[in-house]
Design a protein around this ligand. Structure first.
Ligand code: SF4
Length: 263
């Protein structure tokens, strides 16, 4: 993840494309054709079997390891404001950096009230070297101001409302809903989007579309865990270039759509 993020919209989506996608979101509710066109041939039963195998594989590979994703640590606190802040910092930023700078900022300013009292320079200094730290400092301060002014200092739990906050895209909104509020949410990032298409469960061009397919087809019990599972799996085995198919636990299920080179 090296490109500059437009923190107001998902990476890769132009305003027009986003508008079309969101239009699809609305129309898809009553449109089986939209869903049929963007669903892959893999059955939900096989998708769930694949996710169960991946979960078992990750459990065994993590045994004896203290490795933990930066967001997981913050998520354990179940504080929506902390999840929101950590998610924004984590965009276009390595996990190790988020792991260091998010706790540093949250220790100094654990609530919107305390964060809004810091000036942008100080926030930027606290979250440096996160990617686009100056832009994020501005967004974090403005978010805190809006939370205080419009939401009594609370982080909203509806995706639509969260999307109105500066720097919040669907990925962040879904993480806040699921990890912060403990409500169902599907966070589709580049790993979940790639995996869902490769295995043959979705046939989509954009993560937003994949999210809709998953919302429509995938049983609720997988909505929250799928992101954590597939981010780890995508880093270990189902890598963007030349995935490790020969030792993949779901090789017998996966349709390997678009995979031309593998190890
Ligand atoms: S078989 Fe290959 S493409 Fe399919 S999930 Fe496994 S690593 Fe990814």
């Amino acid at each position: 993840m090296k490109q500059a993020p437009d923190l107001g919209r998902p990476a890769g989506l132009t305003s027009r494309r986003r508008a079309e996608t969101l239009e699809s979101v609305k129309s898809s509710r009553g449109s089986p054709d939209w869903l049929r066109a963007r669903s892959g041939p893999l059955s939900t039963r096989d998708m769930c079997r694949a996710l169960e195998r991946i979960a078992a594989h990750l459990r065994s590979s993590r045994e004896g390891s203290s490795a933990e994703l930066a967001l997981e640590k913050v998520a354990r606190r179940r504080d929506p404001f902390h999840v929101l802040v950590a998610c924004i910092i984590s965009l276009r930023t390595k996990d190790e950096v988020t792991d260091t700078v998010a706790p540093r900022l949250l220790e100094r300013a654990p609530t919107p009230d305390q964060l809004v009292r810091l000036d942008e320079e100080e926030i930027a200094r606290l979250i440096y070297p996160a990617g686009f730290y100056r832009t994020k400092a501005r967004s974090l301060r403005e978010i805190s101001r809006r939370l205080l002014k419009e939401f009594q200092g609370q982080v909203p739990s509806e995706i639509g409302t969260l999307l109105t906050l500066p720097g919040v895209g669907r990925k962040t909104a879904n993480l806040v809903v699921s990890l912060g509020h403990g409500a169902p949410g599907i966070c589709v990032d580049t790993h979940v989007h790639r995996f869902s298409n490769r295995i043959g469960y979705a046939s989509t061009r954009e993560p937003d579309e994949t999210e809709l397919v998953l919302r429509s087809r995938l049983p609720g019990r997988w909505w929250t865990p799928i992101n954590e599972l597939i981010v780890s799996f995508g880093r270990q085995l189902c890598t963007p270039v030349s995935p490790h198919c020969s030792c993949c636990p779901v090789r017998s299920i996966c349709l390997r759509v678009g995979v031309t080179r593998s190890r």
